[in-house]
Design a protein around this ligand. Structure first.
Ligand code: ATP
Ligand code: MG
Length: 281
């Protein structure tokens, strides 16, 4: 096939999202690919009490959320307690994978609107989710806040691993702001879509913030295995391998293309929250 229809939207329904979720019935090649990525992450995080990995990519629709969800499932399957945080406060979708309500989540905690950390159980054993909450006017600022440090310090007492789904590095600054708060980044590269200079620029951005890039996942590799999953494989990022020197601002025109809903739905003053834990899956 010469042309592939671009996938421009995140899954809109739980059913569509579920199709992409890793399960014991996923094709062997897919499970093995995630096992291999997981092994590298577990190795990288060794010695740390609760390693925190942000899943990110250069551009939108590269497969960040799909991989954040599936890596979390993969790690949870080794009996490690995993918390998946939906850190894409601009285009939150993690809740759809697990059929959860997206309220009283990360944005409310970081904005100080609630003191309660509403961590939801999922149907996947050992996997818990903190949804993104309502779309705030200032996601990057919230990520950089002291509350984010406090939240991570708090959850590290309860979990073995924390995985954070984030927005694309070349479009908004949110993911890069986490650089010094986390163990490292896993970059997702969409096979046949991302240009190397997009990746190069994104890698530079997080490195300039002292971020640690622990791996790159090549997503949606076309192959025989897993027709509707595409394929996955991982590779280690080698420092200096990618060409350097693309100026900042190169991607500024893309920024407006990212469906940033800033200020359209600001946080309300709901400080009560529900008693939560709802898992509608
Ligand atoms: N390996 C894959 N095979 C088939 N479809 C995939 C694969 N990875 C992602 N998709 C699909 O591509 C679309 C975008 O994926 P996803 O939402 O994970 O990307 P994203 O990088 O999180 O996007 P955004 O930047 O909008 O947050 C979704 O419809 C998802 O189901
Ligand atoms: Mg996403």
């Amino acid at each position: 096939m010469l042309f592939r229809k671009p996938r421009l939207t995140a899954p809109q329904t739980q059913a569509a999202a579920k199709q992409r979720m890793l399960s014991p019935s996923s094709p062997f090649a897919i499970r093995e690919a995630y096992n291999s990525i997981r092994a590298k992450l577990l190795f990288t995080g060794r010695g740390e009490k609760c390693p925190v990995f942000a899943i990110t990519s250069a551009m939108m629709h590269d497969g960040k959320t799909t991989n954040a969800v599936n890596l979390s499932i993969s790690i949870a399957s080794t009996s490690k307690k995993v918390l998946l945080i939906d850190g894409d406060m601009r285009k939150p979708t993690v809740h759809r994978y697990f059929g959860l309500e997206n309220k009283n989540g990360l944005s409310e905690i970081l904005a100080g609107l609630t003191n309660e950390v509403k961590i939801r159980k999922t149907e996947v054993e050992n996997l818990h989710v903190l949804t993104s909450g309502q779309i705030p006017p200032n996601p990057a600022e919230l990520f950089g806040s002291k509350q984010m440090d406090n939240l991570l310090a708090y959850v590290k007492d309860f979990f073995d691993y924390v995985i954070i789904d984030t927005p694309p590095v070349n479009l908004v600054t949110d993911a890069a702001i986490l650089a010094e708060k986390i163990t490292g980044y896993v970059f997702v590269v969409q096979s046949g879509k991302n240009h190397y200079y997009e990746l190069s620029y994104a890698l530079e951005t997080v490195q300039q913030m002292n971020g640690n890039v622990v791996g790159i996942v090549l997503n949606d590799v076309t192959g025989k295995a897993g027709s509707h999953y595409g394929g996955y494989r991982s590779t280690y990022y080698k420092r200096g391998y990618y060409r350097r020197g693309y100026g900042r601002g190169y991607y500024s025109s893309y920024y407006s293309g990212y469906e940033v809903k800033e200020s359209t739905e600001s946080l309300t003053g709901d400080k009560t929250g529900d008693s939560g834990g709802t898992n509608q899956a």
